[in-house]
Design a protein. Structure first.
Length: 496
């Protein structure tokens, strides 16, 4: 049986070897959640596991419901709630799934049992709030770093990844220098974060320099993590010809492509609207015996849902992907729900959008801030003020702190509906929180008050805009946003 080798490693208390074996299966796209379930229900009947083995099983389990069963087994074996590593895993899984309330309950439960967070817990918290797009909280946590955390490469990597996610290149590079000054040795994850950050900040010229620096590092052999980051970087920069060179480098260093490599490539070519390449990659995965995982399906949904020149999203293909996921019993995560909601939103299929929102809790998935932001954007375009007000209230009821993207989605909705009073109240709320407006925010406000003929408010927006960054910088940033397909409507841009 395929479980025999893994059973032997689990019962022999060999967590590192168990992790290696499971990671290999993961790289091939095997659904480890199902495997973990089999291990604790079939294999475990006559065996007791150590907390270290349970941690490995939890680490590779993507379904929180199965994770609950693993914890129940831990109690049965007398090693619950676990150790600080267990805390990091459970806190991270619940938090990244959008369930901060459960994350905090887990932390308090462990503390009551005398299990205190370790230095790596800060890294877990930063990753959670970064995943939930609560960047203000990330900065707050970063400022609270204790001496032990300042020497942790995991904490530094989490910080760098957060700034990379938001494309804040200079802030990321500043912290990279602080990490170097502190004498913290970087690893592959460090360079992967740096590569992604400079690419998202549109500083592609730095990518090659970082790659050269990585290759000069002693004790850091090339890894698939860095190669995947390079693929993503050159994909963002639309330098698709570089992808062949990267693949050749991988072969030269005997680094096999994993399912995550193919997922990155699917995402890159999907954004380039090269569906023929997407189909070729799917065929190549099948040829190599790789099984698509939840991220593969997400990349495919995004590729098919992206509007093509002269035609809309290919919703028939999206439907086929949904059917394939159902047949494969794929456990959907919040990222897939976001992609599906976005796809049906683009297709103006509000029945499917509502159905997906109802399906999320049944799948054990809690809505995140990104889910609400996407929903606000979808219904904002339909001028459905009642629904967006309900979504806004629901988001706050779940203790999500609206970010600038959420406010922009609401402002766009109120602009489309001509709800000037609501837009003004929202702007006042935003300023009352001290939340910095983005160039898109100012463009939306200018459009709202220009359409309403409210010169006084228009001048007030102009004054705030000039105080925030200066007129020239705003014009330049809006031009960059427009070229990236993110600018506000042209009428607002034209008034600048």
């Amino acid at each position: 049986s395929g479980l025999n080798p893994i059973r032997g490693l689990a019962t022999a208390n060999k967590p590192e070897e168990l992790h290696t074996r499971l990671q290999r299966l993961h790289d091939r796209g095997v659904d480890l959640t199902v495997l973990v379930h089999d291990i604790i229900t079939i294999v475990k009947l006559q065996h007791r596991y150590t907390v270290d083995v349970y941690n490995i099983l939890l680490q590779h389990c993507m379904d929180l419901r199965i994770a609950d069963q693993v914890q129940a087994c831990m109690y049965g074996d007398g090693c619950a709630p676990g150790n600080s590593t267990t805390l990091n895993i459970l806190y991270g899984k619940a938090g990244c799934a959008g369930d901060l309330q459960t994350s905090e309950k887990v932390r308090l439960l462990f503390e009551k049992q005398g299990v205190l967070p370790d230095a790596e817990f800060l890294a877990t918290q930063i990753r959670v709030y970064s995943a939930l797009q609560q960047f203000d909280k990330v900065k707050e946590l970063e400022e609270q770093k204790q001496p032990a955390a300042r020497s942790s490469v995991q904490v530094w990597n989490a910080v760098l990844s957060a700034y990379a996610e938001y494309g804040k290149v200079q802030e990321m590079l500043n912290r990279w220098q602080l990490m170097v000054d502190a004498g913290v040795q970087p690893n592959s994850e460090t360079y992967a974060a740096l590569v992604r950050g400079v690419a998202r900040g549109k500083q592609l010229w730095r990518v090659q320099a970082l790659w050269d620096e990585f290759k000069e590092q002693k004790g850091l052999p090339p890894s698939v993590t860095v190669f995947n980051a390079l693929i993503e970087a050159y994909g963002l920069g639309k330098q698709l010809q570089m992808l062949t060179t990267i693949f050749e480098d991988m072969q030269r260093h005997s680094i096999p492509a994993t399912v995550s490599t193919f997922n990155t490539l699917l995402s890159v070519y999907g954004k380039a609207n090269d569906l023929q390449k997407v189909e070729n990659l799917r065929a190549e995965m099948q040829k190599r015996g790789m099984m698509p995982n939840v991220q593969t399906y997400k990349s495919l949904i995004d590729a098919y849902a992206r509007p093509k020149p002269g035609r809309g999203p290919e919703m028939e293909k999206v439907g086929e992907i949904r059917e394939a996921m159902a047949q494969a019993s794929v456990v959907l995560d919040v990222a897939v729900f976001v992609s599906l909601i976005s796809a049906y939103g683009l297709a103006r299929d509000f029945h499917q959008v509502k159905g997906l929102m109802q399906e999320m809790p049944k799948a054990g998935v809690s809505p995140t801030q990104e889910v609400f932001t996407v929903m606000l954007d979808i219904y904002g375009k339909s001028r459905d003020v009642q629904t967006i007000d309900e979504l806004w209230a629901a988001m706050k009821a779940l203790d999500f702190i609206p970010n600038v993207q959420s406010y922009n989605a609401m402002l766009r909705a109120y602009r489309n509906a001509g709800a000037v009073g609501k837009a003004t109240a929202l702007w006042d709320e935003m300023r009352g929180r001290g939340l910095a407006a983005s160039p898109d925010t100012f463009a939306l406000l200018r459009s709202i008050y220009t359409r309403a003929g409210d010169r006084a408010k228009l001048e007030e927006v102009n004054e705030c805009m000039n105080q925030a960054k200066g007129r020239a910088n705003i014009i330049r940033e809006l031009a960059v946003l427009r070229r990236a397909g993110l600018a506000a409507d042209a009428d607002a841009f034209g008034y600048l």
